[in-house]
Design a protein around this ligand. Structure first.
Ligand SMILES: C[S@@+](CC[C@H](N)C(=O)[O-])C[C@H]1O[C@@H](n2cnc3c(N)ncnc32)[C@H](O)[C@@H]1O
Length: 268
């Protein structure tokens, strides 16, 4: 089988390579199009050409299938996740000082979603291995000059990557969408430990949430962990970091795909 580095993608359709590169945007891109219009101020008639240009540059940076399928502009799974809605409420509550990090944020649409919903940019962070994706996010959303959000390039799996030290102990909520499934357990363990280091140690409501997807073919269970293996991973993370975590996972699989949503919560 292909490893995720070869087959990896942002979602089931993309993994299947079913996407066309036409500008017939799938209906799931509607929330992202609204952000481009209302947050970025792009005239509707200019949006398709802007997306096409960014898509080509993103594919040249790293050819994830999610760029071909426009999955990178699909905010529906995020919006439908009750943990996202809880996050939005926490971040927007008057007097909130909580912070949010999108780990493996790609072009950063979720950070822009939160900003467009009224969360102060100073409390929003995004990170990705590919600095080029972060630049393309600025180019797509046109907010380099005025966004207060912070985007940092770095390798979450590399404990010694000092570029990400700025997050250490600062974050309350981490979102990791289509991220953990890029790695086998060993990589997931490294990522999880680094994320725990990013979380504010005194934050009783520290949370990591997100989703993983993969085809139901032999070997993929190493990437999309089931609820038991997920809980076991976080037990090991807790032992390694002197912390304790409660996990939840909803399995929303079809005959052909494993789709899971998860939440991880600090236990004091
Ligand atoms: C499959 S995409 C998911 C993007 C986005 N979160 C989403 O749900 O559409 C995975 C992202 O993780 C980033 N990534 C891969 N390995 C990484 C690492 N070691 N550290 C940080 N980001 C990484 C990739 O560059 C890519 O943008």
């Amino acid at each position: 089988m292909d490893s995720p580095e070869e087959a990896m993608d942002c979602g089931a359709d993309a993994i299947q390579g079913a996407a066309s590169s036409s500008i017939d945007l799938p209906p799931e891109t509607a929330p992202a199009l609204r952000i481009l219009e209302q947050y970025s101020g792009v005239a509707p008639e200019h949006i398709p050409e802007r997306i096409k240009k960014i898509q080509a540059k993103a594919l040249a940076t790293f050819p994830y299938g999610c760029f071909k399928s426009y999955w990178f502009l699909n905010l529906v799974p995020t919006l439908e996740d009750p943990r996202y809605q809880a996050t939005l409420a926490r971040l927007r509550v008057p007097g909130s000082t909580e912070t949010f990090l999108d780990a493996g944020c790609c072009l950063g649409p979720v950070v822009r979603l939160l900003a467009s919903e009224g969360v102060p940019g100073e409390r929003l962070y995004g990170t990705d291995l590919q600095a080029g994706f972060l630049d393309l996010g600025y180019e797509l959303f046109g907010d380099r000059g005025w966004s207060r959000a912070t985007y940092l390039a770095g390798d979450i799996l590399d404990e010694s990557d000092v570029r990400l030290d700025a997050f250490r102990g600062k974050i309350d909520i981490i979102y990791a969408s289509a991220f953990f499934h890029l790695f086998e357990r060993e990589g997931q363990l490294k990522a999880a430990k680094r994320m725990v280091g990013f979380l504010r140690p005194e934050s009783p409501r520290a949370m990591i949430f997100g989703q993983n997807q993969g085809p139901k073919i032999e070997g993929w269970e190493k990437y999309v962990l089931d609820p038991g293996r997920w809980a076991n991973l976080w037990e090991e993370v807790g032992q390694a970091t002197g912390s304790k975590w409660r996990t939840e996972m909803e399995v929303e699989s079809t005959d052909e795909w494993n789709n899971v949503r998860f939440g991880v919560y600090r236990v004091l």
